[in-house]
Design a protein around this ligand. Structure first.
Ligand code: ZN
Ligand code: ZN
Ligand code: ZN
Ligand code: ZN
Ligand code: ZN
Ligand code: ZN
Length: 500
């Protein structure tokens, strides 16, 4: 339909040319010979067919012999002669020959050449070669008539120098896209059928995929790769950021006073993320020991840690002596002194002796006067210290004037005892009298200081009591003999026993 329209327009234009050119030609034909113009015009081109029309643009020809040769991509299939007269054509070599005694009057369609296209390449001017073999112009002047004007014939080739594709509007997919490769779609040239334009068709989604994941670690990135089983390639790769040390725990060792401790943050992967040394703690003074300072020596206060180290040690400064004056007043019997004395340490310095004074006795006074039977007592008092002192006063002494024994003559049994009682005269002399007892024969009888007589053997002895100076005497004659019983024993029975 479109092509038909083009043809119609073409014909219409040709008609216009006839109308405008005809008067000019009439003038030219009368006066001069016009140079013929042979126009080779592309009537239509499809993917398989090229149609050319040969036209006479001006002049008046009696005869036209011409040839159209084509490139190898075109094969002439038909020639139609359009004008009247004798004509012949040869499809094998593209020659046509037309003779018309009435003349071929321009403008005129001379012939139509139809070619089969052996390739879809667009036809260009180079593909066609036009050769004018013979051309006679009809002229009034006989000299001009029949002249060969081949050399002057103008050939207008209406084929474009280069074929410009006219792209269609419907895209044609020539290669379907897959998930791995882009596809192609094209626009064909509406004239030559050649591909006028082409573009990629985007790849399709990868559907049959497998995800391969390498998990990230604390220190190394992981990766997530997507493999397409259809196109057999990795189609995407994504880095999985390393996690950093996340799963951490704290390991701690408390420091002691002698050893440092530590605090570590350890990742589950084994790496130590953070490490800190904990300095040893101060010693804790638990036990305390105090030595008090004295006047002359420093003391100290120290605390000792459980570990044995001294945790703290404080010197307690010595105080120095607290000298005071110390006075002891001398008494009657003891020396005193003046000295410096430190009550804190009892130190003494610079002692001066204060000599004792001795008692200041009063005269003796009688407390109890002596008698013949008892001693008296005298006392004196020291005016200085009040001490008193007593002394005894001897008993009164009376001279012994007479000694009298309770018996002056007595008989005693062998081995018997007897107490002699002595009277001292005067009576008061008895308290002080010093009586001495004696026996004239101690083989016979002995006497003790109490006047007790023991009959030691048979015989006679005188027992004497006298004053110490012997001035007064009293005596008793003692005769010792056997008693009756003793006599019987000695002489009749067992007297021999005593002599064993
Ligand atoms: Zn084209
Ligand atoms: Zn794929
Ligand atoms: Zn880690
Ligand atoms: Zn300690
Ligand atoms: Zn002191
Ligand atoms: Zn005194």
């Amino acid at each position: 339909m479109k092509k038909l329209l083009q043809k119609t327009i073409s014909l219409f234009l040709s008609a216009l040319m006839i109308l405008t050119v005809a008067p000019a030609f009439a003038l030219a034909a009368e006066n001069d010979v016009a140079i013929p113009e042979i126009i080779i015009e592309k009537t239509s081109e499809t993917q398989t067919e090229l149609v050319l029309t040969v036209k006479l643009g001006n002049s008046l020809l009696n005869c036209l012999d011409m040839q159209i040769a084509s490139s190898e991509s075109l094969e002439l299939t038909a020639i139609d002669i359009l004008c009247n007269g004798l004509s012949s054509f040869n499809v094998d070599n593209g020659k046509i020959s037309i003779t018309n005694s009435d003349g071929i009057v321009a403008p005129a369609d001379v012939a139509v050449y139809t070619f089969e296209k052996l390739s879809t390449a667009g036809v260009e001017a180079d593909d066609i070669t036009v050769t004018i073999l013979t051309c006679y112009i009809e002229a009034d002047d006989p000299e001009d008539a029949g002249a060969d004007v081949t050399d002057e014939t103008v050939v207008v080739n209406a084929l474009p120098e280069e074929h410009a594709h006219v792209a269609g509007t419907e895209w044609d997919e020539t290669k379907a896209p897959t998930c791995g490769e882009v596809g192609t779609e094209v626009l064909y040239c509406t004239e030559c059928g050649e591909i006028a334009d082409s573009r990629d068709v985007p790849t399709t989604e990868h559907i049959n995929t497998t995800v391969e994941t390498t998990e990230p670690t604390c220190t190394e990135d992981g990766v997530e790769k997507v493999y397409c089983n259809d196109c057999e390639q990795y189609v995407s790769e994504k880095t999985l950021e390393k996690t950093g040390h996340v799963d951490t725990h704290v390991e701690e060792k408390a420091p002691t006073c002698t050893e440092s401790g530590y605090r570590k943050v350890v990742c589950a992967c084994g790496e130590i993320v953070e490490e800190e040394t904990l300095e040893p703690t101060d010693h804790v003074g638990v036990t305390s020991e105090i030595k008090l300072p004295t006047c002359t020596e420093d003391g100290y206060e120290k605390t000792v840690c459980d570990c044995g180290e001294v945790a703290s040690y404080t010197v307690l400064e010595k105080t120095g002596h607290l000298w005071i004056d110390d006075v002891k007043t001398p008494t009657c019997t003891e020396d005193g002194y003046i000295r410096k004395y430190c009550p804190a340490c009892k130190a003494v310095e610079g002692t001066q002796t204060l000599t004792k004074s001795g008692h200041s006795w009063s005269d003796w006074s009688t407390v109890k006067a002596p008698t013949y039977s008892a001693t008296g007592i005298e006392r004196r008092i020291c005016g200085g210290c009040g001490t008193d002192e007593e002394r005894s006063v001897p008993k009164l002494v009376a001279e012994v004037s007479q000694l009298v024994l309770d018996t002056t003559e007595t008989t005693m049994n062998f081995r018997g005892t007897l107490r002699l009682f002595l009277s001292v005269l005067p009576e008061e002399a008895a308290y002080s009298a010093d009586i001495v007892w004696s026996s004239s024969d101690e083989n016979v009888a002995t006497v003790n200081e109490n006047g007790e007589v023991y009959a030691a053997n048979l015989g006679t002895a005188t027992i004497t009591a006298s004053t110490a100076d012997g001035s007064v005497v009293a005596t008793c004659e003692v005769t010792v003999k056997y008693s009756f019983l003793q006599w019987i024993i000695v002489y009749i029975l067992f007297g021999w026993i005593w002599y064993i």
